[in-house]
Structure formats: structure tokens, C-alpha cells
Design a protein around this ligand. Sequence first.
Ligand SMILES: *Cc1c(COP(=O)(O)O)cnc(C)c1O
Length: 432
Amino acid sequence: MTDLAKQYEQFGITPETYAFGEAVLASLQERFKKIDDIAEYNQMKVIHAMQQCRVSEACLLGTTGYGYNDTGRDTLEKVYAAVFHTEDALVRPQITCGTHALALALMSNLRPGDELLSPVGKPYDTLEEVIGIRPSKGSLKEYGISYRQVDLLADGSFDYEGIRAAIGPKTRLITIQRSRGYQTRPVLSVERIGELIHFIRQIKPDVICMVDNCYGEFVETTEPTDAGADMVVGSLIKNPGGGLAPVGGYIAGRKECVENAAYRLTSPGLGKEVGASLGILPSFYQGLFMAPIITAAALKGAVFAANVYEKVGFPVFPDSTQERYDIIQAVTFGSPEGVIAFCEGIQAAASVDSFVIPEPWDMPGYDSQVIMAAGAFVSGSSIELSADGPIKPPYTVYFQGGLSFPHAKLGILKTLQNLTDKGIVTAGFRKA
Ligand SMILES: *Cc1c(COP(=O)(O)O)cnc(C)c1O
């Protein structure tokens, strides 16, 4: 046995499981090289942005109180704008999560009487309450903002005729989700988002095009704002926080859109001028610096997982060879036991809370039990190694993250070992 295999054996991974993983990995070197090339491109983009914006040691200090003249905060927002090629950005610890960032972007750029349109089907679950698809206090609906949706066609393509018909005089903002959330629809590449925006602009040039960029940052060499989006919105405890940001969200886009969001986040009249950064800026800067490499690690983990689980006979999405536009990997087990065993494996591979055994529970807002595995340095961070799945057919688990590829690899091998030990994956896989 090699020394490395012995390291894995400490975690209960047998030499057979380890060898199977190595065989799968050997076939992925070309894929990994492509991922590394994208990471290198994006690393240069981030460093160049930091240099252009003259990030200095003083930028790493924080302010208190009102946070007037917070050079570090203001410079970081310039760096984000430079990375996303936008006029401005709002990057704040006062934005509590991705849902908050999206709600902020929507509520600040829509006015009573306006209509919001999603041309790519149902948006992420938590946005249903923001929009008022599910009745909720403070929703857009309560403020007289209506909502329309055009689903993708059965083959995953845009319903151009449906979209044309849905755009009317009230349509003010279009929301496009890059990642697929818990839906079974294709993930959208920046190129496809660009095509959609181009089509929409021909019908209504002044409509605001917003992209929910969660899980998509740094997966490609371009971002939706390079393809015509007016705003991109996301969470700092996903890709762009690089695993280091302990909280936060961002909105990058046209000056007017960002300004609207700032006046809504703080107060009319105050906008971007207030908002103390306290001591958080080093983690925001260093997290952004690390983000391209961390995203690449997560992507390699996703590709590895797809190839492992496809070989042992489970449907995976994206499949083993498909191009990646976000960091999420779905595996369909067809049984609750499969989903549970997978999540147990991920949890057992964690650096924090590895001894905890995850169990399905009745999470608020979901119509079935949900199981989650996360042993993270930042609570709930899903750029760290994590998995979750609703306990309902077709029993699909969603896997993402890993701040280093070896950690993602350990997680996947641990899931495979657990599924094998429980007889859900049969020993035959070793010959695959
Ligand atoms: C995670 C996510 C959100 C919401 O982010 P939270 O930080 O969990 O509130 C919104 N949209 C998509 C596509 C996401 O993946």
C-alpha cells in the first residue's frame, strides 16, 4: 500500500475504494488542466483589479460607528467593479446572505406598478417569498410589484416566443438565475445568458437585466456582466468569499442600479457613505484573492464526484463529461438511504463537527424533510465541503464545495465507502 493510501485508510477508506478513486482521477487530468487554466486567468484578473485600484495596507483596516471615509470598504467595492467590469459595486457585511442581496437588488430597483419577469422558470426557493409567489410579509407583491414567469422549454432552451409575449409596458426588471438551485433545468453559461439578454434588449432596451450569480463566480473566464447584464448579485459565503469571508453579499453593476441598492440598504440620503466595516475587510480582500483557486478546487470535486457516481451506476447532473457553469453536482440515488449515506459520508470528512451524524428534519419552508451535511469553518458556507438533499423522489443529493481538492476528494471517497459499506453501492464497481 502506498503512504497516501494509508493516509486515507485512517478515515476508513479501504485500499479498494482508494484505488477506484485513483483510477477515476487518472482519466480526469485533461479536465483538471482546463479548470486550472480558467483559475489562472481569473487569478490574474483579480490581482490586476487589486493593483489598478491601488489596494494598500491601509485598506485592510476597518472603521467603526458610521463608517464615514472607510477607504478599505470603498476600495474593495472598486475592486469588485473592476473584476466584474461594472461601473460600481456594493460589497458589505451588512448584506446578510445571498437571498438578502437579491431581495435588496430587486426591492431597490423596482417601484410599485412595475413588473418583474423571470424568463428561465421558477427562481431559487427563498426568492418565492421575496417575490410573493408564496405569500410573505414585506414581499414585492405587498408593495404592488407584480411577477411573471416563463418556463424553459422541455429541451432546456429559452421559450423566446413566450418571453416576447410576457414583456409588456410594466416590465421593469428581468431576473436570470445562472445556477439551477433545486430545479432540474440546465445551468446557464455566460454565453447563453448573453444570448437571452440580447434578445430581451431588442424587445425592450431599457429593461434592467439582473443575474443571480450564486455559485457561478469564477467558473468561467467571463461573468454575466461581460455579456450585457446590468447587475450581478451573489453571496460571499459562496465562491467570491473564497472560504474566508465570514458573512456578506455583493451587487455589482450599473451605477444607478448599485446606487438604488445602497440607498435601500442603508437609508435614502446616506447610501454608500455609511456602513462601518469593523474588522472584516482582510477576509473580504484575501477571500476574493483566493476565490479563483478555491472555485477551481470545488469544480474539480464536482467533476470527480460526477465521474465516480456515473461509474457506479447512478444518474448524475451535470454528467461526467459536460461543461461546468456552476460548482453544484447532483447525484440521484433513487432511495432515501442513498441520500442519507452520502450526506453521512460528507459530514464524516469534515474538519469541524466530523463526529456529528446528520439526520433528515422538517426544515421551515420545505415540503419534505431535508438532510444537510456541513462541517464548516463558516456556518452554512457552501463553498466549503457540503451536501444536502430533500427526502423525496427522485432522491437527489446536491454536493458542492471543498476549499481544497484533496478535501473534496476525501469527502467523495468517504461517501463511496459509506454507500459500499451499507450495500447501496455493490462491490462490482471496482472493476468498472
Ligand atoms: C444560495 C443561493 C441563493 C440564496 O443564497 P443564501 O445565501 O442561501 O440566502 C440564491 N440563489 C441561488 C441560485 C443560490 O444558489
